[in-house]
Design a protein around this ligand. Structure first.
Ligand code: ZN
Ligand code: ZN
Length: 313
């Protein structure tokens, strides 16, 4: 099995091109919360004008947001979600959930509770198999043998990655590691690739390097960060010379449903037939299609039915 092919020949790469960075995820989160205007988005996210302008342009170009005139006098626009953009709502719910469970200080930026008005209960979003409705678990997904898969797409992405300014660490700019949000982890391509490789059972340094074609300084930096934020745990398996293994913690494993929901979104909206391999859900032996539902009423949550509560009461 070749992890490169698996990751990249999946539509994940497509999704990452669109939403794969911290600012994009922050902007989207606020759009779901009902923020639509440039200045408000700038204040909420703390993004610079230039950064926000670039992200909004990219969302419009990728059909996630559309511009809508709200004042004819000053020709002012607001940004609204398209259907494709709305499709990202489930992934956002799961990322809130993950942060709620794992980020020590969520501060005032994130809601304390999600409430599902359709069933009148707190909302716990769960990623399930559309066919059998079982929650998605790593061990229930059968990954195909992709030894014959094309590597060309991966090479393309790797080349793009290399052109980007390589940050020494994702944590730069974040004073406190307890504030490393999900957007810092999955919005960083290399961290996400390492996390996905871990889902597939890769655990040794050499194997990551081989499977991901990743430069050793980048790999070391990302592995250290992922250990520091408790997504991976380091184990020594050999003393002389010293060799380590990296295994997913519970916190790391709990990123799986979110990653699978993002993958599903990418497949649904940027489908390219032969670029998407089929995964099998072992519990029902059907091709895996991932859905998100409310744990209580088992219905799909929509923005109009979900309330974000900022106090504990
Ligand atoms: Zn199933
Ligand atoms: Zn419900």
């Amino acid at each position: 099995m070749n992890v490169n092919s698996l990751i990249v020949s999946t539509a994940m790469a497509e999704a990452l091109e669109v939403i794969g960075d911290r600012w994009s995820l922050l902007v989207l989160r606020d759009v779901f919360l009902g923020v639509r205007r440039f200045e408000q988005l700038r204040q909420k996210t703390g993004a610079s004008r230039a950064t926000l302008t670039r992200r909004l342009e990219s969302f419009v170009a990728n059909d996630i947001l559309y511009k809508c005139l709200y004042s004819t006098t000053g020709k002012r626009f607001e940004y609204r979600l398209t259907e494709k953009g709305l499709g990202l709502f489930s992934a956002s719910l799961l990322s809130w959930q993950w942060e709620y469970l794992w980020v020590e200080q969520i501060g005032d930026v994130l809601p304390k509770r999600l409430f599902h008005s359709s069933c009148n209960h707190d909302l716990t979003p769960v990623a399930v198999c559309q066919h059998c409705k079982c929650p998605i678990e790593i061990s229930d997904v059968e990954w195909p043998d992709l030894s014959q898969c094309l590597d060309s797409q991966f090479q393309e992405i790797t080349a793009k990655n290399k052109q980007r300014r390589v940050r020494s660490s994702v944590k730069s700019g974040l004073e406190d590691l307890s504030l490393v949000h999900v957007s810092s982890l999955i919005g960083d391509r290399w961290s996400l690739l390492i996390i996905i490789a871990s889902f597939l059972g890769v655990d040794r340094y050499d194997a990551f390097q081989k499977q991901l074609c990743i430069a050793s300084n980048i790999l070391t930096g990302r592995l250290n960060l992922l250990v520091e934020v408790d997504v991976l745990k380091r184990f020594s398996y050999q003393e002389n010379p010293p060799r380590n293994e990296y295994r997913l913690t519970e916190k790391g494993k709990s990123l799986f449903p979110l990653v699978m929901v993002m993958r599903q979104w990418a497949i649904d909206w940027t489908f390219k037939d032969d670029a998407v391999e089929v995964l099998t859900h072992k519990r029902c032996n059907q091709a895996l299609v991932v859905d998100v539902q409310c744990q209580h009423c088992e219905q799909k949550p929509w923005p109009r039915d979900v309330q974000f509560q900022y106090s504990d009461s």
